[in-house]
Design a binder for this molecule. Structure first.
Ligand SMILES: *[C@@H]1O[C@H](CO)[C@@H](O)[C@H](O)[C@H]1NC(C)=O
Ligand SMILES: *[C@@H]1O[C@H](CO)[C@@H](O)[C@H](O)[C@H]1NC(C)=O
Ligand SMILES: *[C@@H]1O[C@H](CO)[C@@H](O)[C@H](O)[C@H]1NC(C)=O
Ligand SMILES: *[C@@H]1O[C@H](CO)[C@@H](O)[C@H](O)[C@H]1NC(C)=O
Ligand SMILES: *[C@@H]1O[C@H](CO)[C@@H](O)[C@H](O)[C@H]1NC(C)=O
Length: 477
């Protein structure tokens, strides 16, 4: 049930033109149409969210339009084009964030044979310096969504596409949405959630995806209907989350539900454990939403047993409440090696069949790698920009070690942010004066700027660097 019915996505492109902004909007949203040419964005007709081109967020890669045969009139405009990348790691930088806040980061991919090779790739996504997910594009027309929830440690976050030798990475769109501190307590500084599926059961229109503005956090709730197994239930009454609810499912989602067609059957959901390069058996978080939509006759009892791989979650039955979301979830990830089999059943005391309004399933991934010292990152990023250094200068300068930037050396100490200790930019064709940013690399011991076309004098501040022992600046013009 992982893929979801993306073919049913019915966002209509809009004509409104907006200026590109490389910062969150008033809602804290960043919405990027990757590969969009030009400087102007547009407003998505269905969500009214403003999308901007990606040029302000990345300075690598090339734009392509997907092949016309994969364009349909009803699909959202952000699917029309992609940006693709050479090199091992390429990263988007999302800025002006609040350090320590939880964010949803969402990336979408539609290959659409943009390169004419008819070879959908497989590549990895990283959030900052941590592995997030492997994107395996199943076919040229497949629309793929990956969503993560993470605590962002800095005032920026990088989303990186990593070439794993199985095709050229590309991306269609990238979104960032803020969450509240209390939301999804399973998301911590050391653990992120990667979405497996988020389903809205029994919607009255099964082609409509619920997202913003119904969901103020713009989560994407796929419609899920199976009339062979389930009967749909719905109400026009508002159904609510409690104020202290960690998950705040939108009313639109809670207003519809399913129950088994045969009242003596269970509601059964299964999915497979998917090994990742960082964890052969990742743990899973499951969040189940139950809002009673019927006023129960006096002598009727609705009570649920929730059973995962034959283990009940509760010793007594789970009770639900009229028009309020009762949420069942685990705080510590479940970890089974292969298959997950979740049953929602009527308890022994129940006189009514089980039901469910919505489900969210996530795998967890560690976010324990820490990025380089932020002052070092700012300084080396400014140096990169001033001299237009490319090579593999993308993502974090020191982490992961295997992707550290050429011509730098870093020091790594357990529990500390890595520091840049050496910069060797000799014979790199540098022009102009010597950047004052070199003086902000406070841990640098070795700096080689020889054999470039640099002019002017050596900034005084360089002499203040406490650890600098070697400075080469031969052939200063
Ligand atoms: C993609 O198509 C649009 C609209 O037809 C065009 O303006 C743009 O230049 C194309 N982009 C590329 C990379 O070919
Ligand atoms: C991508 O998915 C296909 C189909 O599930 C699978 O056969 C293939 O091994 C996957 N590729 C990689 C590199 O994981
Ligand atoms: C409902 O399911 C039960 C148990 O599987 C079965 O015995 C019964 O025949 C089913 N009823 C209908 C109407 O299909
Ligand atoms: C079922 O009902 C009996 C009798 O009212 C009660 O003792 C028991 O605790 C109930 N079981 C559950 C799971 O609520
Ligand atoms: C700096 O880089 C240049 C060119 O790659 C190389 O010749 C030189 O030995 C390097 N210096 C050190 C100390 O590694």
């Amino acid at each position: 049930m992982a893929a979801g019915p993306w073919a049913l996505l019915l966002f209509v492109a809009a004509g409104v033109v907006l200026q590109a902004r490389a910062q969150p909007d008033s809602k804290g949203f960043i919405s990027i149409d990757c590969g969009l040419s030009g400087k102007t964005g547009y407003e998505d007709d269905s969500t009214k969210i403003s999308y901007v081109p990606d040029a302000g967020f990345i300075d690598a890669g090339t734009n392509h339009n997907i092949s016309a045969e994969y364009v349909t009139p009803s699909m959202g405009k952000h699917w029309y084009d992609v940006r693709s990348f050479t090199g091992t790691r390429n990263c988007y930088t999302l800025r002006s964030l609040v350090p320590g806040v939880k964010y949803i980061v969402r990336a979408m991919f539609k290959y659409g044979n943009y390169d004419g090779l008819d070879r959908p790739p497989v590549f990895d996504l990283h959030i900052g310096v941590n592995y997030w997910h492997t994107v395996n594009i199943s076919g040229p027309g497949a629309a793929i969504l990956q969503e993560a929830m993470v605590v962002v440690p800095d005032d920026f976050v990088q989303v990186c596409l990593v070439n794993t030798g199985t095709g050229t990475p590309f991306i269609s769109s990238l979104d960032l949405r803020p969450l509240h501190r209390t939301h999804y307590p399973q998301v911590t500084a050391v653990q992120g959630l990667a979405l497996t599926t988020r389903l809205n059961f029994g919607p009255t229109d099964d082609t409509v995806i619920v997202r913003y503005p119904d969901d103020p956090h713009d989560r994407i709730w796929y419609p899920m209907v199976d009339t062979t197994r389930w009967t749909e239930i719905s109400t026009t009454q508002k159904a609510q989350s409690r104020d202290d609810d960690f998950f705040e499912a939108p009313s639109t989602v809670l207003q519809t539900a399913i129950r088994p067609r045969n009242a003596s059957h269970n509601l059964e959901f299964t999915w497979s454990s998917e090994p990742t390069p960082v964890d052969p058996s990742p743990g899973y978080i499951v969040i189940l939403h139950f809002a009673e939509l019927q006023i129960l006759p006096g002598n009727d009892v609705r009570q649920l047993n929730i059973v995962l791989n034959d283990k009940p979650w509760y010793t007594t039955g789970f009770t639900t409440e009229y028009l309020f979301d009762a949420v069942a979830y685990n705080t510590q990830p479940f970890q089974y090696n292969s298959r997950y089999n979740l049953n929602v059943e009527a308890s022994g005391n129940a006189t009514l069949p089980p039901f469910i309004n919505a489900i969210e399933v996530f795998s967890v991934f560690p976010t324990t790698n820490i990025g380089s010292d932020s002052q070092d990152v700012s300084a080396i990023t400014a140096i990169r920009a001033k001299y237009h250094v490319r090579n593999n200068w993308m993502g974090d300068p020191c982490v992961p070690n295997a992707m550290a930037w050429d011509r730098l050396a870093c020091s790594y100490a357990i529990g500390r942010r890595p520091r840049i200790t050496s910069v060797n930019l000799s014979s790199s064709g540098l022009n102009g004066d010597i950047s004052s940013s070199f003086a902000n690399l406070k841990a640098v011991q070795y700096l080689d700027l020889s054999n470039n076309n640099l002019m002017g004098s050596i900034p005084d501040a360089l002499s203040q660097l406490p650890l600098l022992t070697v400075l080469y600046v031969r052939n200063l013009l």
